[in-house]
Design a protein around this ligand. Structure first.
Ligand SMILES: *Cc1c(COP(=O)(O)O)cnc(C)c1O
Length: 437
């Protein structure tokens, strides 16, 4: 299998090259040259995430130097569960796909661990580390830091928007030390993402450092995300013989690309609904066909505060005609007031507490027509543990949210980080201050 850039199919790369580079040399994002096709029965006998991953991802690894390491990689990466939990809803079928059981309690752990497992098994230069440059809206930074911490062949530089991540998210991305450097950028997530892209196209930096990206622009983060859609849709298909619908809290659109790719490969996935917060770029596009990136707006679901989502290029690559794309996915908008009300309501209804991102999905589900709710078994994608957003969730439910042990451990560590203005020169000089060791 080869991978091509969204900006020109003549740029091809092997899987290892695409993962190593992060972004294609023309600034585009890597996508598979074609998708393998599966039937649900191809997964008979495969029940764990690792088993399903091995079958689903084998075609993407075919011909690459990493192919013979695939078993090792999937066992290393998928070492925590993604349970599908059914909720009590009279007459309707509703489940939650819990993606927050990894080391940093958000779905970003799947992609980050898989990417690290792939890079770990590539040849490394003894005297030149890989510099993983990563922009975070809150959760990616912690997941990538956890996955790459103390790997001798890497240093990690995490850019987060100053004051715009939750207090616990901030602790989680500034607690590492060693080969992980966190930088608070005076700007928004979009500024952080722009800085990463500028760094990648800066000749001097690229000569000095071997840069790679751990954002969802890296194909090595998206491929493993298709696995939990495969596993959860197959589990429901096997029981009910029907493809479930998914509601996906969306920001930079990586998670939704993974869901759509899984469906494209033949996994039993029905309708895909995108839950957006007050950042309207994607809902606007899917209604009007106009792609108008906006400055991002701060909301309670801060990890989705993205005004110029990178992965739209991958959606457009699959469906260049916006009307066709709009027939494949629907986008919905949820306000902060609705998020608050939904967290409180569903705690009363189900005894479940949602993080603000998961609450956008729960709200979109609640707003679907009664008929649509009834026809499909719906799966709400729970992207983070509510304990990461305790300052928002606890006052709404009137209770403390128990902190998962792995997260509690990180919150006890001391925090340290630098601060920079949101321009490339500032980033470059702080990269000089933190040379690869
Ligand atoms: C990153 C993140 C999202 C948005 O996911 P995308 O792949 O960027 O669309 C949603 N919820 C949480 C908790 C996140 O960390």
């Amino acid at each position: 299998m080869l991978f091509v850039s969204t900006r020109g199919p003549e740029l091809v790369a092997t899987l290892s090259e695409a993962i190593r580079q992060g972004i294609a040399p023309d600034g585009g994002l890597y996508v598979p040259q074609r998708f393998p096709e599966f039937r649900p029965s191809d997964f008979d006998g495969a029940h764990t995430l690792a088993d399903i991953a091995e079958r689903l991802l084998a075609p993407f690894f075919a011909g690459d130097q990493l192919a013979r390491k695939l078993t090792e990689i999937v066992n290393d990466a998928f070492n925590f569960p993604a349970p599908v939990k059914q909720l009590e809803t009279p007459g309707d079928r509703l489940s939650v796909l819990e993606l927050f059981h990894g080391p940093t309690a958000a779905f970003k752990d799947f992609g980050a661990r898989f990417l690290a497992a792939c890079l770990e098994r590539q040849p490394h230069h003894a005297d030149r580390k890989i510099t993983i440059l990563v922009a975070t809206s809150g959760d990616t930074g912690g997941a990538v830091a956890a996955a790459f911490h103390k790997r001798p062949w890497a240093q990690v530089v995490v850019l987060f928007p100053k004051g715009l991540v939750s207090p616990r998210q901030q602790r989680q991305l500034t607690c590492w030390g060693d080969n992980v450097h966190a930088l608070a950028v005076r700007g928004t997530f979009d500024d952080c993402q722009r800085l990463v892209k500028e760094a990648f196209s800066d000749a001097e930096l690229n000569q000095r450092l071997e840069l790679s990206s751990a954002n969802s622009i890296n194909i090595g983060r998206l491929l493993p995300q298709t696995v939990y859609y495969a596993a959860s849709s197959l589990a429901i298909w096997r029981q009910e013989g029907q493809a479930p619908g998914f509601v996906v809290p969306s920001g930079n659109l990586g998670n939704v690309v993974a869901c759509l790719w899984a469906r494209t490969m033949g996994l039993p996935i029905g309708p895909i609904e995108l839950a957006h917060n007050a950042n309207l770029t994607v809902p606007h596009y899917l209604v009007t066909g106009e792609w108008r990136p906006q400055a991002s707006v701060a909301t309670l679901a801060s990890a989705m505060d993205v005004g110029n989502p990178s992965n739209m290029e991958r959606l457009q690559n699959l469906h260049p005609d916006w009307r066709e794309l709009a027939s494949q996915l629907k986008a919905h908008t949820v306000t902060d007031d609705q998020i608050r009300a939904r967290v409180a309501a569903d705690f009363r209804l189900f005894g479940e507490s949602w993080c603000p991102h998961t609450a956008t999905a729960a709200q979109v589900y609640a707003n679907l027509s009664g008929e649509l709710r009834h026809v499909y078994h719906w799966v709400l994608v729970a992207t983070a543990h509510p304990a990461k957003f305790n300052e928002i969730v606890e006052p709404l439910i009137g209770e403390t949210v128990p902190v998962p042990p792995a997260l509690a451990e990180l919150l006890r560590m001391p925090s340290h980080y630098g601060e920079i203005a949101s321009d490339l020169d500032a980033l470059k000089s702080s990269l000089h201050d933190a040379p690869p060791r």
